[in-house]
Design a protein around this ligand. Structure first.
Ligand code: SF4
Length: 406
């Protein structure tokens, strides 16, 4: 038995509580359901408030990336709350394995925990072979479960975003909670893998909340993965926009994951990196793409808007940037913006952590070529960090909203 398998068996046997950040509240609850079934007591934590940022600033240098600071702050606040046995608690963080600083958040967290929480291990969730002894072991059955969780998460997220601007909030919330509770209760079981049945169940909960025939103006949110999705990190950006009477459109998490897998395949094509890894990546890519297409078909059949097809997004990238650009969110950001504009959503918020060099190049830095191709595009780049002023952000958003295009 490998050192890693022994380590994770110990965590399950001793009922460790594993805390995970709440970047995507819907998806992470479903993933937690899958992992709970494997014996890990998984908990998605979502403390908010100014003190989270202060805790993060105490633990991590303010030059480090804002998402790292937020995650550290949330973990610190949670661990200090006194509700955990610190000898049986761990935290988990995802790693993309790319060249960006996100691959090193784990080391920052370990350093931050050294003094105050030396007994709390920092675990990794990655598919790149990093942190060999302390990364959650992936098996094919687990990958299938996670693909299902992400597919359901994407579907619930988009149905919720499309229903909310046109229906009673309480009822739409109820439908969302019912989907999350029902599906996370069967996470990790065979029933969870019955994608057709489960997506039909999700659709059933939302079918009474179709968007009006006359849709409100749509605003897409793209950018760095943490700040675009996490409501705490982006000062409730989606809620603010909805209050301004627009419909918020998010790209799927599947799209980001397909982007990561596509880059692995591309690395082999461009740099001859590893044919074996590329071969395995192609299999996962095809599996994921097929699931996302089925989900899109279901959305179309029920009069909801689908996500952009990933291969269409890649074809859009090829018009404007090399798909070899892959630091941070790389080519995905301009490709998403162009894909949205070409399919009629020209109002876009591009959310970035302040000082995030790669995403400023592919986000803000690509605005001019994008405007040359699509003069009607209405983009606002927004920076987020621990000291950024919400009023400033809202003023910039209002300027963008003043030029709203249908
Ligand atoms: S993409 Fe930006 S925020 Fe994310 S790790 Fe890289 S530099 Fe940091």
């Amino acid at each position: 038995m490998s050192k890693r398998t022994r380590f994770f068996k110990k965590l399950a046997k001793e009922h460790y509580t594993i805390l995970a950040p709440d970047m995507l509240p819907i998806h992470f609850e479903l993933i937690a359901g899958v992992l709970r079934r494997r014996g890990y007591n998984f908990k998605v934590v979502s403390p908010v408030g100014r003190d989270v940022k202060d805790e993060g600033l105490k633990a991590i240098h303010n030059d480090a990336c804002y998402p790292a600071l937020i995650v550290a702050g949330q973990f610190m606040k949670e661990l200090k709350s006194g509700q955990y046995d610190l000898n049986h608690t761990a935290v988990i963080m995802s790693q993309t394995g790319g060249g960006c600083r996100a691959s090193n958040y784990i080391s920052l967290l370990r350093k931050a925990f050294e003094k105050e929480f030396p007994t709390v291990p920092v675990l990794s969730l990655n598919l790149s072979g990093l942190e060999k002894d302390q990364s959650l072991p992936f098996t094919i059955p687990l990958i299938r479960q996670l693909v299902a969780a992400i597919t359901y998460g994407d579907m619930i997220m988009t149905l919720y975003d499309q229903a909310l601007p046109y229906h009673n909030r309480e009822e739409v919330e109820k439908a969302k909670v019912k989907c999350i509770e029902t599906l996370s209760a069967i996470g990790g079981t065979r029933a969870f893998l019955k994608v057709e049945k489960n997506t039909a169940f999700i659709m059933e909960q939302f079918k009474m909340f179709p968007p009006d025939a006359e849709r409100k103006p749509k605003v897409a949110i793209v950018g760095e993965i943490y700040v675009k999705y996490s409501p705490y990190a982006n000062n409730n950006l989606a809620e603010f926009l909805r209050d301004q009477n627009v419909e918020v459109v998010y790209p799927s998490l599947t799209e980001f994951i397909l982007y990561c897998i596509y880059n692995i395949i591309n690395d082999d094509k461009l740099y001859g990196k590893s044919p074996l890894v590329a071969w395995a990546a192609k299999k996962v890519y095809k599996y994921f793409l097929k699931k996302s297409r089925k989900m899109n078909q279901l959305l179309i059949d029920s009069s909801f808007s689908p996500f952009e097809d990933f291969e269409y997004v890649v074809s859009e990238a090829e018009k404007i940037i090399s798909t070899g650009v892959k630091m941070g969110e790389g080519w995905l950001i301009p490709a998403e913006m162009l894909a949205y504009a070409d399919s009629g959503i020209t109002n876009i918020v591009c959310a970035q952590p302040f000082g995030c060099l790669p995403n400023h190049i592919v986000g803000k830095g690509m605005m001019r070529p994008l405007k040359r191709m699509r003069p009607d595009i209405n983009i606002v780049p927004l920076d987020f960090d621990a000291s950024s002023s919400q009023v400033n952000q809202e003023n910039r958003l209002k300027l963008m909203l003043a030029n709203l295009r249908r």
